[in-house]
Each structure stands twice: as C-alpha cells, then as structure tokens.
Design a protein around this ligand. Structure first.
Ligand SMILES: Nc1ncnc2c1ncn2[C@@H]1O[C@H](COP(=O)(O)OP(=O)(O)O)[C@@H](O)[C@H]1O
Ligand SMILES: [Mg+2]
Length: 140
C-alpha cells in the first residue's frame, strides 16, 4: 500500500494492529526514517497503549502494557544475528505479548517462522510504500 503522509503510516499500523493477537511477532524493516516507529505507534494505539512509543535504539527493548503486553525492539545497534539469540529473547517471542522488531533485518534468520513482515520503502516523491506479508487479510 502507498502512504502519502505520516498519518497514513500510523493508520496502516493501527489496521494491522487490530488483526494481531497474543504471541504475534511483527518485523519492521526499511531504511532510517522510513516510518517504522510511526507504524509501531499505530500498532501500539490499536492495542490500547497510551504511553508515547519511541525507538528503543539504545535500550534494545521497551515493554508496554496494553490489552496485552507489547514488546518493542530496535536492533539497529545489534552486531550480528547471533547476538539476537544471546539477548535471550526466546521467552519474549514465545510469550503471550505482541513483539515488534525494528531493524529486523539485523536478526537474520533468527526470527520465528510465523513472523509477520512489514517492509517500508521511501519512494522518490517521499511517499512510503508499505508491504505486509504473512498477515491475516489486512485491508489495504
Ligand atoms: N507516509 C509518510 N509520508 C511522509 N513522512 C512519513 C510517512 N511515514 C512516516 N513519515 C515520517 O518519517 C519520519 C521518520 O519516521 P520514523 O518512524 O521515526 O522512522 P524509522 O523508525 O523507520 O527510522 C517521521 O518524521 C515521520 O513523521
Ligand atoms: Mg525507529
């Protein structure tokens, strides 16, 4: 789908968020400034999180409490996919919350099979092209 404004990116996140349930993992990829955090905010809003959501670039992971727990990771500073497993995130990925992973490309092959992937590209005119795969019928 094409999003012409940050507001539309947020809405796209909300839309996907509504389809998510306990245990889902959403991988967000795309360049710096693509809109991954905006999209993550949309998801957070849809599950009832009121707190401001920001990229956990230095902390690697933030936890929020909505209708279910939301774990928000940012792997920008991850050195290698192996490091992802060393973080001990297995428990989180297999827990009852929803996990969002920015810079998911840094985790290589270490993400669960069931991961829903969201790729955000920046078009020449600044629009964002968002491709969601593996999701349950998200209306475009
Ligand atoms: N569809 C869009 N069109 C224009 N700007 C957008 C769009 N989506 C997001 N943005 C803007 O892009 C900037 C970076 O967003 P952010 O979510 O922080 O990126 P990332 O987390 O991918 O680095 C923000 O200023 C945001 O408002
Ligand atoms: Mg970000």
């Amino acid at each position: 789908m094409i999003c012409e404004s940050a507001e539309k990116t947020l809405k796209a996140g909300e839309q996907l968020g509504k389809t998510l349930s306990s245990g889902d993992v959403v991988a967000l990829s795309g360049p710096l400034g693509a809109g991954k955090t905006v999209f993550a905010r949309g998801i957070a809003e849809s599950i009832g999180i009121q707190e401001p959501v920001t990229s956990p670039t230095y902390t690697l992971i933030s936890e929020y409490e909505g209708r279910m727990p939301l774990y928000h990771m940012d792997l920008y500073r991850l050195g290698s996919p192996e490091e992802f497993t060393w973080l001990g995130v297995e428990e989180i990925l297999n827990g009852s919350g929803i996990t969002l992973i920015e810079w998911s490309e840094r985790a290589g092959e270490e993400l669960p099979e069931r991961t829903i992937t969201v790729n955000i590209e920046i078009a020449d005119n600044g629009n964002r092209i968002i491709t969601i795969s593996n999701s349950r019928e998200v209306a475009a």
